[in-house]
Design a protein around this ligand. Sequence first.
Ligand code: UD1
Ligand code: CA
Length: 463
Amino acid sequence: MEQYSAVILAAGKGTRMKSNQCKVLHSVTGRPMLAYVLDAVRNLQPKKICLVVGHQAQDVVRRFDSPDLNFVIQEPQLGTGHAVKQCSSLFKGFSGHVLIMCGDTPLVTSEILSAFKGFHESRSSKLTVLTTRLKNPYGYGRVEADRNEIITRIVEESDADRSQKLIQEVNTGIYLVQSRLLFELLENLKSDNAQKEYYLTDLISEAQLANVRPLAFHTDQDSVVVGVNSRNDLAKVNSLMWNRIRTQLMADGATLLDPATFYPDCGVTIGSDTIICPNVMITGLSSIGEECYIEPGCVINDSTIGNRVRIFSGSKLDNVEVDSDASIGPMAHLRPETKIGCRVRIGNFVEIKKTEVGVGSKASHLTYLGDSKIGEHVNIGCGTITCNYDGKTKHTTIIEDRCFVGSDVQFVAPVRVGSGSVIGAGSTITRDVPENSLAVARSKQKIFPLRFGQGMATKNEDR
Ligand code: UD1
Ligand code: CA
């Protein structure tokens, strides 16, 4: 079997994106689009992978640096043909075939690449182009073919005349070329076209001149090869990718009540029999256990959720761990480094940051817990807050097991409450409380008798 290597083009700015960020770093369902192309290529186990970088090269290298990649700088960026040519020294002495891909086609799969390679091998081809048919081919290179599978020319949008623009068969930007032939033909490219660039697509006419017959391998899976050139394409690709992820999650046993309004990032996992309501977003490295129920309007990022957890509407969880059988929300905000234990109940309008809440504890309403450690089976009353910040530093509040905290309590940190203690409602706790004690820290109620007429206005006076 012949040897294969790959070249991925990622040096362009992506002018049509109108962005300060280079195109291949733009995110598709939570990952830079180039990451998907690399995954698909790596699956084929090529001998060598060359990544051509140029625009924001440092950022791309920083993000993708890995021992199996050879970075090649293209400076200035004079077109796709010029980009591939920059790799020539890396292919000296290589007699196999080169798979050429663009970094802006994130929907490409290793399955389609394998089929493409299979075709190229079976025809003993020296140059094969992966093509597809698009209802709206605008922006793509149009493929002219004279006989079955043999390409005569690829015409770019900006160079096409009216009849060429009607051609629906397009170049996907994916090629397999015999290495020596490739670098020989690249020497002949000219930039006498509308964009004044060295087009890789001119390989076709150069091959014809060298008596090589370029073949087309047509795929019907047109969505797999969509290229991202504009924000509109980016939205289209995101939506196709979301569909792919949703389909997989449902195949794995999750119920999506309205798949179209569930937005999972690539890599999110969901256990079987979990139900996801409409308008939910789960991003980053998140995993949701089995038999969970997630109500509308929840946003969960980089979080690990156990089994049978209920997350009620409008809750936001970022970088937290929630253990099994807990319930969260509605309208709860769990911030980074928070750990919620088994069977914990976090209710409405509760904000928790960098805090551990032990097994079976409850904070059911209107509470802020920051930089704290709450033991097991603790009850945190409504309106309790930890005063964790003195304007300069954050301090810790520790409330040990089985404490009962009444409503409207402030803990002025640093402070510790020993296990089994009770804090009276309305207390401002500034000093440590020993275990099994009652602490009350509020001013005594005073009673003053009113003379007749001093109190609330009567109904008549109101008018
Ligand atoms: C290219 C093809 C077009 C095809 C389409 C498929 C050419 C001339 N045209 O057009 O036939 O239908 O892809 O998606 O090849 N790049 C570089 N250096 C450069 C220019 C581009 O590395 O100097 C990289 C870009 O970062 C990008 C890829 O090459 O990842 C394709 O470039 P782009 O400008 O998007 O080409 P298209 O106009 O889409
Ligand atoms: Ca493109």
